[in-house]
Design a protein around this ligand. Structure first.
Ligand SMILES: [Zn+2]
Length: 249
């Protein structure tokens, strides 16, 4: 067992997105173990097909509700210390000490990872890549800050902190030579959409607060292609029904 697993099997199985998969049923992004079948692959994955508050979604401006959302309270410091290729995504593990405060509750940043193309959509628009910053409070409740990446001509300096050390093979982990600061990835404008959703990977656990930044950030074509080539396949779950959920903006 890897040392970092020892503290957290229960928490991990309760749903840290893209955590170590060794104890879980295999799944993929296409074919017979793809997203439309996730709910049938294991009893613990049933929510993937029966859930009514699933992620990702299309953020549709026609049905969003104008709300006085309080500014995001982010207190991030450099703390990304490992980059992992788990076969489903590239993930940067974050050491304790960086928090999001939401409704008076502190959520600690645990890890962030990437999807290409984007999972959430904004008015039906898909972006070439999306990052998920996964936070947990002391009770294990999850809050995810999502960032969209549009393609531009410049390299994204925030990505460049760790992009060159991205492991090319699944199940490889690389210790980062310098601690990554996730705040360097954020857009200038922190306006966001808020809705309740789920993990976008099995077991698709619900009760996750989603905060999607409205302003995309830029990554170069070469940066996006490096990720898609190492993944070797798209790693986005299709958008799910919104059902009765309010989406706040
Ligand atoms: Zn994700």
């Amino acid at each position: 067992m890897k040392p970092w697993l020892a503290t957290g099997i229960l928490l991990l199985s309760a749903g840290f997105a893209h955590a170590e998969e060794a104890h879980t049923t295999h799944w993929t992004y296409d074919g017979a173990e793809g997203p439309e079948y996730w709910g049938e692959l294991a009893d613990t994955y049933k929510t993937c097909s029966t859930g009514k508050n699933q992620s990702p979604i299309n953020l549709d401006s026609k049905v969003e509700i104008e709300a006085e959302l309080s500014p995001l309270t982010l207190a991030y410091q450099a703390g990304g210390n490992e980059v992992l290729n788990n076969g489903h995504t590239i993930q940067v593990k974050y050491e304790p000490g960086s928090t999001l405060t939401l409704d008076g509750q502190a959520f600690e940043l645990k890890q962030f990872h990437f999807h290409a193309p984007s999972e959430n959509q904004i008015d039906g628009k898909s972006y070439p890549m999306e990052a998920h910053l996964v936070h947990a409070d002391k009770d294990g409740n999850l809050a995810v800050v999502a960032l969209m990446f549009a393609e531009g001509t410049e390299d994204n300096a925030g990505l460049e902190q760790f992009w060159p050390q991205m492991p090319a093979k699944a199940e490889e982990t690389t210790a980062l030579t310098a601690k990554t600061d996730v705040s360097k990835l954020l857009p200038a404008d922190h306006d966001y959409y808020r809705f309740n959703g789920s993990l976008t990977t099995p077991p698709c656990t619900e009760g996750v607060v989603w905060l999607v930044m409205k302003q995309p950030v830029i990554a170069s074509k070469a940066q996006i292609e490096k990720f898609t080539q190492i993944m070797g396949h798209p790693n986005n779950r299709p958008v799910q029904a919104v059902n009765a959920r309010p989406v706040l903006k």
